[in-house]
Design a protein around this ligand. Structure first.
Ligand code: GLN
Length: 313
């Protein structure tokens, strides 16, 4: 991708202003009170380029529940732990089904389609947990996020985690079902506990954009020079984000935005413009597939105004 030298500061602040004024906002997630009570009028955006220049708009510094966006970072850790052996336990194909679908798991003998649907992310969490205690594993995940974001204030929202656990019957069903096929190695309660807690990590758009910067720069943080993962692995994580990062809305996201992205039911999306920038948006209202409605529109506008796309200009 080439840099057309767009006025990024202007583009980000214009988009944030336009999104804040819109009335079509989608529906906030209602399965736990902590998400149901978030103000749907919030909108935040942060973009960091490879020189570390940061452009923000709206509520870019307000922490929100990153939910499934955490799955990008747990996938990174699991690949670091076991490498390609991970792919014995989880596939790499888009699911074409809702993120918490049970039916597909039965048809495919307990091996989830990809690491970003709930079943796949639970299997990935189980891999990181093996040989460790849940508390240690959770500490490792949190510290990894703090490291890549260069920000030690990132925290786990314990109330969100407790609510997830209290209402997580479907995730428990997915986990037990995988356990029956031997896909999970650890006690189901332990794996689910770590999963619920990493989904409950709270971050702002600014922190999240910084955390994703290594994916935009071949696995290396361009600002401090830290190598996080190999270029090959970064490329592959980006591929999975593009094909599977928005569940049953992944095709639409690729069509409209044209960048790898990962959404969460808290309304956040992390998008990666390889060679250019890392972008995080947050708008709590969701579309039918469980992806941020205005978050997607904001990224579509960003792609249109910058000409950024992995598919050409
Ligand atoms: N914690 C949520 C769940 O397991 C994550 C789902 C999501 O963000 N899509 O249901």
């Amino acid at each position: 991708m080439s840099m057309a030298d767009p006025d990024l500061a202007r583009i980000v602040s214009d988009i944030a202003e336009e999104m804040s004024a819109r009335t079509d906002r989608g529906q906030v997630a209602t399965y736990i009170p902590e998400l149901a009570n978030v103000d749907p009028a919030r909108f935040g955006m942060a973009l960091i380029d490879l020189d570390g220049h940061t452009h923000v708009g709206g509520d870019a510094d307000m922490p929100f529940s990153i939910q499934s966006i955490s799955k990008v970072f747990t996938l990174t850790l699991a690949l670091g732990r076991v490498g390609d052996r991970l792919w014995r336990k989880v596939g790499r194909e888009p699911s074409g089904n809702p993120f918490n679908s049970i039916v597909q798991l039965e048809r495919e003998m307990g091996v989830p389609r990809n690491p970003f649907i709930n079943a796949g992310a639970i299997a990935v969490t189980d891999v990181i947990l093996s040989g460790r205690q849940p508390r240690e594993t959770l500490g490792e995940i949190l510290r990894f996020l703090q490291f890549v974001a260069e920000d030690e204030t990132i925290f786990i929202d314990q109330e969100v985690a407790a609510s997830e656990k209290r209402t997580g019957f479907r995730n428990a069903a997915l986990a037990n079902y995988m356990k029956s096929f031997g896909v999970l190695e650890n006690p189901v309660d332990f794996t689910l506990g770590v999963y619920f807690h990493h989904c409950a990590i709270a971050m702002s758009c600014r922190q999240l954009a910084r955390a994703g910067l290594f994916l935009a720069n071949n696995g290396r943080n361009p600002v401090n020079g830290h190598s996080v993962i190999s270029a090959e692995r970064a490329r592959r994580i980006n591929a999975l984000m593009l094909t599977c990062g928005h569940y049953d809305g992944s095709g639409e996201f690729a069509y409209r935005v044209g960048l790898p992205g990962k959404s969460g039911v808290g309304g956040g999306i992390l998008a990666v413009a390889p060679g250019l920038a890392s972008v995080a948006v947050w708008a709590p209202g969701l579309d039918e597939a469980g992806n941020s409605h205005l978050g997607r529109i904001a990224l579509e506008e960003l792609a249109r105004r910058t000409g950024w796309s992995i598919f050409g200009h």
